[in-house]
Design a protein around this ligand. Structure first.
Ligand SMILES: [Fe+2]
Length: 177
């Protein structure tokens, strides 16, 4: 996945995974299954996006924005490398295009964030995209939970979901060391 390349005018941009205070995120362990881990990500990003929509301090806006980018990149990586392959195995029969739709939504979110990266948080354009981001994230997460998570919860044994959860956490921990 190449986050910034989804948007031509930010193709040469790079992104840091270091938090603004310069501290490394601590490694996490869990016995949560993969759906619980990803739903927890969704709620955390919902909260960050809501804060982004309401704060006025420029430094705080930028801090929240960088945090959302970090969270979303790590989340999408897990979905695309761990969750979606497992879902694809369920949906191969019948030409299910759910994953194509969800991947397209990831691209839209990434483009929105990439556009925001080029703007000053004081600019109206940044604020406008921040509001759009909030709406897009909310609706994407809802659709993902309804179309992907619910089916996986119903059709994949818990032990397998837990094993996928361990892989998900391994990926997340590896990206923060
Ligand atoms: Fe997700």
């Amino acid at each position: 996945m190449d986050f910034w390349h989804c948007c031509p005018r930010t193709a040469n941009a790079t992104m840091t995974s270091t938090s603004l205070d310069g501290k490394k995120k601590s490694a996490m362990t869990t016995d949560l299954d993969v759906i619980q881990i990803l739903e927890r990500d969704h709620r955390r990003m919902d909260q960050l996006a809501e804060q982004l929509d309401s704060v006025t301090d420029t430094g705080e806006i930028r801090r929240l924005y960088v945090q959302i980018v970090d969270e979303l990149l790590a989340h999408e990586a897990v979905e695309q490398e761990v969750l979606f392959p497992a879902f694809r195995a369920l949906s191969e029969v019948g030409g299910d295009n759910t994953l194509d739709k969800r991947m397209g939504e990831h691209e839209e979110l990434n483009c929105l964030l990439a556009e925001m990266r080029e703007l000053d948080p004081n600019e109206f354009a940044f604020i406008k995209r921040g509001s759009a981001l909030l709406q897009e994230m909310e609706s994407h997460f809802a659709r993902e939970e309804e179309s992907v998570f619910a089916r996986m919860r119903a059709e994949i044994p818990l032990e397998e979901l837990l094993a996928l959860g361990h892989r998900a956490m391994a990926m997340k921990n590896a990206s923060t060391i």
